[in-house]
Design a binder for this molecule. Structure first.
Ligand code: ADP
Ligand code: 5GP
Length: 189
């Protein structure tokens, strides 16, 4: 049987990567991370092929032309992100479940595409001010990039009602446990 699709979305800095990595590290769910392609530069300790496939804008456009994406979005001006068909197919064809960390528009599109084969989870910050503090504390983005991300968050938060589940990431351990339970219930169905 083909694997299921788990979609996690949220404004940048809400804790998606932290929550996903904690659940993957526990290893209790048969689930693999879909590595997206992006035209943005690597930041911090990010590794090509693990965190993202880092492509030049020309390479990214070539993949669009080749119809290589399930979906793609220009999440920030000039910065493209996309879910590769090859990733989702490679993982789900073997019966493994796949987890996608994608933006709010991409998440809604993928849910529409896969219907009941997918579950969508929206992570909310306790407040915009907390979000700003977390992005500042992460220390991977310039002050301009942080303002750009915070500035986009209010609009992104309006997508929450379109998701199957909304989880507030206030206490991290509680948020991890809630997201893990949602995924376990879904894949066990
Ligand atoms: P995203 O993947 O959504 O962009 P990250 O997982 O990188 O977000 O989290 C942003 C920052 O906030 C990281 O430095 C992370 O350690 C921190 N963080 C995540 N969740 C919490 C939480 N519940 N309380 C405090 N800090 C958190
Ligand atoms: P970051 O630059 O912080 O890694 O990611 C910025 C935003 O792009 C996040 O909201 C993240 O979920 C989103 N993103 C990452 N990969 C994809 C993808 O393949 N498709 C879409 N639509 N968004 C993505």
């Amino acid at each position: 049987m083909e694997g299921k699709i788990i979609i996690i979305s949220a404004p940048s800095g809400c804790g998606k990567s932290t929550i996903i990595n904690a659940i993957l590290a526990k290893g209790e769910i048969d689930m693999q991370f879909s590595v997206s392609a992006t035209s943005r530069e690597p930041r911090g300790q990010e590794v090509d092929g693990t965190d993202y496939y880092f492509l030049t804008p020309d390479d990214f456009r070539a993949r669009i032309e080749a119809d290589a994406f399930v979906e793609f979005e220009e999440v920030y001006p000039g910065r493209y992100y996309g879910t590769l068909k090859s990733e989702v197919e490679r993982i789900t064809a073997d019966g493994h479940n796949v987890i996608l960390d994608i933006d709010v528009k991409g998440g809604v599109n993928v849910k529409k595409l896969y219907g009941d084969r997918a579950v969508s989870i929206f992570i909310e910050p306790p407040s915009i001010e907390t979000l700003r503090e977390r992005l500042t504390g992460r220390a991977t983005d310039s002050p301009e990039a942080i303002e750009q991300r915070v500035g986009k968050a209010a609009l992104e938060l309006t997508y929450a009602p379109a998701y199957d589940n909304v989880v507030i990431n206030d206490n991290l351990d509680a948020a991890i446990a809630t997201v893990e339970k949602i995924i376990k219930d879904f894949v066990g169905r």
